[in-house]
Design a protein around this ligand. Structure first.
Ligand SMILES: NC(=O)c1ccc[n+]([C@@H]2O[C@H](COP(=O)([O-])OP(=O)(O)OC[C@H]3O[C@@H](n4cnc5c(N)ncnc54)[C@H](OP(=O)(O)O)[C@@H]3O)[C@@H](O)[C@H]2O)c1
Length: 333
């Protein structure tokens, strides 16, 4: 099969097309003929070796964390899927590689794809959808009437997050530049802050929740806008010791996280709010819930640009430039 892979980590290491053996399947796996994939910042972070502490890979490494396609073979013990099923998913972290013609995935990591989406649209959903669903339901406990700030509303995560928060009945403020204004307004954002001209921390107050997709100064300033008891979840900021324990990292990695997150821990206490770092988990069951939201019309995919598999290297560089409005998709078939 054709696949886009790297031979070593590095920013300037090319993502090259090569011929690779068809993946074998275990008893609980399905083999999927991939029709489309989508890119996420984690792809260039993996390529550059920035997540080596958390994720260990061997070379050659096929990149890609999101896909949609058709089941062509199932393992002996698979009950939920059969050849011909149209599915979408985010494979578990040890088994990435969706920039390829086929992938073997555990049956628990996939769901039937929303029937009202084509393959390109379906491939844009899993990683951003799962991350946001987990952030809102497992950490922020987002409720009807809550006020939430979603950072970078025009990005891949933000465009999904605005729609899910609105569907859950929250009041949504978001940060975006002029270029993203119409998009986030159309998705339902109640208040839009032009981050190039205004400081959200001087405008918003008494918020229940912050969904931080940026880290750095935006994360630090976000503590100021919460009411006591409010919650922040970051997917880009500093992992803390609580995350280390949850992810079952060894003692020295957890101790290291405790040291690098000291400032955040102090802000938590000072503002009487709760901070959690989230590293999303694959889940076919949650993708089925998301599929139902999409089929009911509550959430729509937002696609910025579509590239071919051969042009995945160029697509990854485009994503890394940072201006995408919604998702960057790779058409495989
Ligand atoms: N921990 C996890 O499990 C997890 C999961 C998913 C994503 N993430 C992380 O979350 C981050 C966001 O991912 P993504 O897919 O949404 O990225 P993305 O699609 O590349 O985000 C691009 C968008 O960010 C906007 N933006 C950039 N700087 C901004 C700022 N200071 N304020 C407001 N908006 C800003 C840009 O708007 P303009 O062009 O208008 O400036 C652009 O529309 C990445 O770091 C990613 O690695 C983590």
């Amino acid at each position: 099969m054709k696949a886009m892979s790297i031979e070593k980590y590095g920013k300037n290491v090319p993502l090259l097309m090569s011929e690779r053996p068809l993946p074998g399947i275990g008893d609980h796996d399905v083999l999927v003929e991939i029709h489309a994939a989508s890119l996420n910042p984690i792809d260039f972070k993996i390529k550059e070796g920035k997540v080596k502490l958390l994720l260990k890979y061997k070379f050659p490494l096929i990149l890609g964390n999101d896909f949609s396609g058709v089941v062509v073979q199932v393992g002996k013990l698979v009950q939920a899927f059969k050849p011909g099923d149209e599915v979408y998913g985010r494979p578990r972290k040890s088994r990435i590689g969706t920039l390829a013609e086929y992938i073997a995935v555990h049956e628990e990591d996939i769901s039937l794809k929303p029937h009202n989406l084509n393959f390109a649209e379906a491939a844009s959903i899993p990683l951003v959808g799962l991350t946001t669903y987990q952030a809102f339901t497992e950490i922020l406990d987002l409720q009807q009437g809550h006020k939430i700030l979603i950072h970078a509303g025009a990005g891949g995560v933000g465009t999904f997050a605005i729609q899910l928060a609105k569907w859950m009945g929250a009041y949504v403020a978001t940060t975006a530049s002029e270029k993203g204004y119409e998009l986030v307004k159309g998705l339902g954002a109640d208040q839009i802050i032009n981050y190039k001209k205004e400081n959200f921390a001087e405008i918003l107050s008494e918020y229940d929740a912050v969904y931080d997709t940026l880290g750095g100064t935006a994360l630090v300033q976000s503590f100021r806008i919460l009411k006591p008891g409010g919650r922040i979840v970051s997917i880009s900021g500093v992992p803390n010791a609580a995350f280390g324990k949850e992810a079952q990292l060894n003692w020295w990695k957890t101790a290291l996280l405790s040291i690098i997150s000291r400032k955040i821990t102090a802000l938590e206490k000072e503002n009487q709010v709760r901070y959690r770092y989230l590293f999303m988990k694959p889940s076919g069951a949650q993708l089925t819930i998301i599929k139902d939201y999409i089929e009911a019309g509550h959430i729509k995919p937002v696609i910025d640009k579509v590239f071919t598999l051969r042009d995945a290297d160029q697509a990854l560089r485009y994503l890394e430039e940072g201006g995408a409005k919604g998702k960057v998709v790779i058409k495989v078939r």
